[in-house]
Design a protein around this ligand. Structure first.
Ligand code: 8DG
Ligand code: MG
Ligand code: MG
Length: 144
């Protein structure tokens, strides 16, 4: 049987803000393996961006998302991958429902672990997942 023609997918990712820091984890998934990225995943049928962000954050870190808002969208081509991909990625920023809650690594096959990193281009971990790296290089700041 012929393989289905690839189509763009929608990713929703969350800048979880705590003080001056954001939550990042080193990816183990094939796209962007070993680079630091935000929690997030695929928008499911019928979900709002906020519902998706909250669900992915909970599934991946156990954290309860607090108040969230849309900040930007990017068009990301991963055409040089063994399985080429195209993501329209929605970025949210959110606070934690409980600022004292600690992140857990609930999907250890997909992520090396979650840590808070100060949003300062010289203090962020390297290498960043390239969509995030591009945003940092362009001077993007997720804080309101
Ligand atoms: P799921 O099965 O839980 O829905 O998916 P996932 O395994 O959690 O998906 P993901 O790769 O973490 O996220 C989906 C896509 O979103 C990812 O392949 C590419 C895009 N994406 C970006 N930037 C970022 C980012 O900073 N973090 C994450 N997690 N995904 C990102 O363009
Ligand atoms: Mg996920
Ligand atoms: Mg994910």
């Amino acid at each position: 049987m012929e393989e289905a023609k690839p189509v763009p997918q929608v990713g929703v990712v969350v800048f979880v803000l705590k003080g001056k820091s954001v939550l990042l984890g080193r990816r183990l998934s094939s796209i962007g393996a070993s680079t630091f990225a935000l929690p997030g995943g695929h928008l499911e049928f019928g979900e709002s961006f906020e519902e998706c962000g909250a669900r992915e954050l909970k599934e991946e870190t156990g954290l309860e998302m607090g108040k969230a808002e849309y900040i930007t969208v990017t068009n990301n081509l991963f055409l040089d991958q063994p399985k080429p991909a195209h993501y329209v990625t929605i970025f949210l920023r959110a606070a934690l429902a409980d600022p004292d809650q600690l992140p857990q690594n609930l999907e250890p096959n997909k992520c090396d672990g979650w840590e808070w990193y100060e949003w300062d281009k010289d203090k962020l971990p390297q290498p960043l997942f390239w969509p995030l790296d591009q945003m940092v290089r362009s001077g993007f700041n997720p804080f309101p």
